[in-house]
Design a protein around this ligand. Structure first.
Ligand code: AMX
Length: 436
């Protein structure tokens, strides 16, 4: 079938059965021990969550439904005439159903999102009233939470819809939210940087990324391809990262997908998470100001060491789970090598990739000295003229809606309960552990 909801409707009963079986057969088995250091260390390393959309291998990076990102990028259908990159629509299909869509299925999703994507007037007015001191990410949170007024799930819940049917309304909200994300983000962009100019109408002939770029005032075909790739690469990264987990946590209270996405975006806005792409560029520009855009290796090494001595982290490097160069970094680098390898900043980023890991290794405490996804995206965006770095995390958010909404649909379809870990006072823990 060409319709995503029909495909999912067939899968839901099978997956529910699988979960029931898993719980019945293995519900009492142990997954590991919890140490105090896990509890005090941000719950790292514990097998605590279940998520089928994607999986991060410490060395190979993210898998979408069992496929490496390199294969995903290679196999996604190209839907727009002349485009060299697969569409995020296709990635959403893959993340939700577990199967790579054919061209017709991916195109069907584009059509559907173009129908669903009109941003209500009250949301546009809210965005238009924003003081320019309000960070674009804070604007994105405000916009997505106000869209809660659109929620079909909220209306159905009020009418007492059965639990087994929740997911059908959550699906509708998730689809509407994904559809509205490019225009919402484009309005934020144009208000902040183009004095509110720019179209707010979706063109049914364009795909999700094409519409977004056009609404922001970008026409370059290569840039639209870059955004397709960018949106595919940033879509999903398991469910334990801050933005995905915040979305799941709030969603588990049966708050609407609009509100739970807003919570996720509040998390993405943090400098240790999604804001790192903005931080990378600021850091890079400060470095260029100090030592020029064609520095010697020694000068770079000294500069990096100064950053570290100042008690700061090197943005774009390190990861909580990954232990190798992030394949999302490599795929962006592949794009750069094909499209803009002579760009000075691109060259610098490639050189840093060789130098910084060696410096971080010497600290002896950095679990992963290699670049993550954020080490590259900024210079590519700069190359195509999208220079407003306060905006970069919004692009990450536009992409992330795909993964977290795929996760949310499945969480409700499988009846994931409200999350409520138990906390203990430090005094209680002291006593408890003394006796051990
Ligand atoms: N530069 C300097 N020091 C670093 C570092 C870096 N890039 N990455 C880790 N370290 C340090 C940590 O600060 C910590 O030091 P401490 O013990 O003195 O506090 C020590 O190494 C051990 O940390 P870790 O186990 O390697 O990392 P983590 O799991 O605690 O944190 C992350 C992971 C990403 C927050 C961290 O590597 C970091 O701050 N990186 C820079 C910011 C960044 O690029 N964030 C983007 C991540 C991807 C994303 O979400 N978009």
């Amino acid at each position: 079938g060409a319709n995503l909801k029909e495909v999912l409707a067939k899968q839901v009963p099978q997956e529910r059965e699988k979960m029931m079986g898993l719980k019945c057969l293995h519900g009492d088995k142990k997954l590991g021990d919890i140490k105090l250091s896990n509890v005090m260390g941000g719950m790292r390393g514990l097998m605590l969550l279940m998520c089928d959309t994607s999986y991060v291998d410490p060395n190979k990076g993210i898998f979408y439904r069992g496929m490496t990102l390199k294969d995903v990028v290679k196999d996604l259908p190209r839907v727009q005439e002349g485009s060299k990159e697969g569409t995020p629509e296709g990635a959403f299909w893959l993340l939700t159903t577990g199967k790579m869509p054919n061209k017709g299925q991916a195109e069907g999703l584009t059509k559907e999102w173009n129908k669903r994507g009109n941003v209500p007037r009250y949301c546009q007015r809210l965005l238009d009233s924003m003081d320019q001191r309000i960070h674009p990410m804070a604007q994105l949170c405000a916009a997505s939470s106000c869209l809660d007024a659109e929620s079909k799930f909220v209306k159905a819940y009020r009418k007492g819809v059965k639990r087994a049917k929740y997911w059908e309304y959550i699906y509708e909200d998730a689809m509407d939210l994904c559809a509205m994300m490019p225009p919402v983000a484009a309005i934020i962009y144009c208000n902040a940087f183009k004095d509110g100019a720019g179209s707010r109408e979706l063109n049914p002939k364009e795909d999700w990324s094409g519409n977004f770029c056009r609404m922001c005032g970008y026409k370059d075909k290569n840039f639209i391809d870059l955004m397709r790739l960018y949106f595919v690469l940033h879509a999903d990264h398991e469910s334990g990262n801050v933005s995905a987990h915040a979305t799941q946590l709030v969603g588990s209270a049966l708050s609407s997908p609009y509100l739970s996405f807003s919570a996720g975006m509040a998390g993405l806005a943090g400098p240790l998470h999604g804001l790192a792409n903005q931080e990378v560029l600021i850091w890079l520009q400060e470095m260029i100001k100090e030592i020029g855009d064609d520095p010697k290796d020694d000068e770079i090494i000294t500069y990096v060491n100064e950053t570290l001595k100042g008690g700061k982290v090197v943005p774009g490097y390190g990861h909580a789970v990954l232990r190798q160069t992030d394949p999302r970094f490599e795929l962006q680098n592949d794009f750069a090598m094909k499209n803009c390898k002579d760009d000075k900043n691109v060259k610098l980023v490639t050189r840093l990739w060789k130098l910084i890991p060696e410096i971080l290794k010497k600290l002896g405490k950095v679990a992963n000295p290699y670049p993550n996804v954020d080490a590259h995206s900024g210079v590519l965006l700069q190359h195509y003229g999208l220079k407003e770095m306060q905006y970069y995390t919004v692009l990450f958010g536009v992409s992330r809606v795909l993964g977290v909404m795929a996760q949310t649909i499945w969480a409700r379809a499988l009846g994931a309960p409200i999350e409520r870990p138990k906390s203990f006072t430090s005094d209680f823990l002291c006593k408890f552990l003394q006796d051990k």
